[in-house]
Design a binder for this molecule. Structure first.
Ligand SMILES: *Cc1c(COP(=O)(O)O)cnc(C)c1O
Length: 223
């Protein structure tokens, strides 16, 4: 198995190429997704210089958070069950998959500070994917007006598994357009400046469309 440092070097050089080709001047932050790997491997990633960590299950999230240094930024990237919110919400730095009003209400109720959230959008319309449909997005966000503990920092999506780079760019482009639309509403509770998009197989396409956070597991730390 290659070291995280070696993998990171390769990924960073690809990110650099894509940033140079991109018309946007955003350099994305890398979230290392450690859901498949051990605590030791996560610590290796921290020592290689990665500071943003992503987990999609509560148990793994709390476990990694406990063992990583305090300055690790912890991203919850999975779908969160409403009844589990109280166990974990105040441990999360960024929540990436807010997609239901019921969940938002529970977060607002249980959080003891403002939680930075991404709204997950299902741009491909695949039934198997979580997320709000593009048409529902703005009315959904407008429901957050009275919440005290949610800040919509941006949008997140998962593209379908495909090798078709043109298609991938279209999905990411769609998310960017939606982000711009929300941003232009100038809502105090939804600055919506960030785009969480791109994984091991499609981060280059996401960067070409302006990703500000890429979420990479397999190609950085392994499966
Ligand atoms: C697992 C996961 C990733 C990382 O996937 P890789 O293909 O291993 O890079 C990114 N985002 C989410 C939401 C995930 O669940």
């Amino acid at each position: 198995m290659k070291s995280v440092e070696e993998n990171l070097k390769e990924i960073n050089s690809q990110i650099c190429d894509s940033c140079n080709k991109s018309q946007f001047d955003t350099t994305p932050q890398v979230i290392v997704v450690t859901k498949y790997v051990t605590i030791d491997r996560a610590i290796e990633a921290y020592e290689a210089g990665l500071k943003n960590f992503g987990e999609n299950r509560i148990e793994g999230f709390l476990e990694k958070k406990k063992h990583l240094p305090d300055d690790a930024v912890m991203h919850f990237i999975g779908s969160l069950q409403t009844r589990k919110v109280k166990e974990v919400i105040n441990e999360i730095d960024y929540l990436h998959a807010l997609d239901r009003l019921k969940l938002a209400k529970e977060i607002d109720k249980r959080a003891d500070h403002v939680i930075k959230c991404f709204i997950q959008v299902n741009v491909s319309g695949e039934e198997s994917k979580h997320g709000i449909s593009p048409e529902e997005l703005i009315p959904f966000i407008e429901e957050f007006k009275t919440f005290k503990h949610i800040e919509v920092v941006g949008l997140m999506t998962m593209a379908p598994l495909t090798e078709d780079k043109t298609k991938l760019r279209q999905y990411f482009n769609q998310l960017r357009n939606l982000k711009d639309k929300v941003q232009s509403l100038n809502l105090s509770y939804a600055p919506c400046t960030e785009l969480s998009m791109g994984m091991s197989n499609d981060f280059n396409e996401a960067i070409l469309e302006g990703a500000s956070y890429v979420r990479i597991g397999t190609k950085l730390v392994g499966e």
